[in-house]
Design a protein around this ligand. Structure first.
Ligand SMILES: O=C(CO)[C@H](O)[C@H](O)COP(=O)(O)O
Length: 221
């Protein structure tokens, strides 16, 4: 079985009857959502809060009832993927472009489980370029300010046009020449006018489900 399927399906075991569940975005949590759909068909009663339009569509196809922040106060459990997971369990997310909704939902959750195949596990964050979501208005100036923090920036494209997030924004994929302090950089980026959110998730993961060399499930907390 591939690693994404192993960890994705494992996460579905943590979902209990009656829970409000944050449904992440990406090819790993895809397997969690399929598994939850199977469990719902067998009688599991949950409501999902999707982190993207893509996940909303998938959850509907799987028959998972959905809700939103107009109807709920809190999320019991959020399950999502990641692009990098450090030894401190800090994350880079947003490879799929859903970082803003993902962070809102992770912050609203009592517990946050991350599903990550072994390629995502790193000692220190930074090899994966950090996605930074910005408003289209003034993005040229916002980019200059991001660069003054020491990043190289590249506007994410979809074919020849700027990639547009579910929130109508753009993304700069940002690389850094040396290691950075995730907590400090997360805050500094979000102080720049025009930056809506960045893909650093510091101290948000309660549990990471991954696999070791023998493809055995490992739980890290
Ligand atoms: O942050 C994300 C989307 O914005 C995803 O969780 C992240 O990109 C991991 O995706 P995948 O499971 O497909 O590797």
């Amino acid at each position: 079985m591939n690693e994404k399927k192993l960890v994705g399906e494992k996460a579905a075991e943590f979902v209990k009857d009656g829970m409000i569940v944050g449904l992440g975005t990406g090819s790993t949590v895809y397997y969690t959502i399929l598994k939850l759909g199977e469990r719902v068909k067998k009688g599991l009663s949950i409501k999902g809060v999707p982190t993207s339009i893509q996940t909303e569509k998938l959850a509907r196809e799987c028959g998972i009832p959905l809700t939103n922040f107009r109807e709920i106060e809190q999320i019991d459990l959020d399950i999502d993927g990641a692009d990098e997971v450090s030894s401190e369990l800090d994350l880079i997310k947003g490879g799929g472009g859903a970082l803003l909704r993902e962070k809102i939902i992770a912050k609203a959750a009592k517990q946050c489980i991350i599903v990550a195949d072994s390629s995502k596990m790193v000692k220190q964050l930074g090899e994966f370029r950090l996605p930074v979501e910005v408003t289209p208005f003034g993005c040229e100036m916002t980019e200059k300010h991001i660069r003054t923090l020491g990043f190289l920036t590249e506007l994410r494209l979809s074919t020849d046009e700027p990639f547009v997030t579910d929130n109508g924004n753009y993304i700069f994929d940002c690389s850094y020449t040396k290691g950075y302090d995730p907590k400090k950089i997360e805050q500094e980026l979000n102080m720049i006018p025009g930056v809506v959110e960045n893909g650093l998730f510091v101290g948000m993961a309660d549990l990471v489900i991954t696999v070791d060399h023998d493809k055995k499930i490992m739980l890290k907390e």
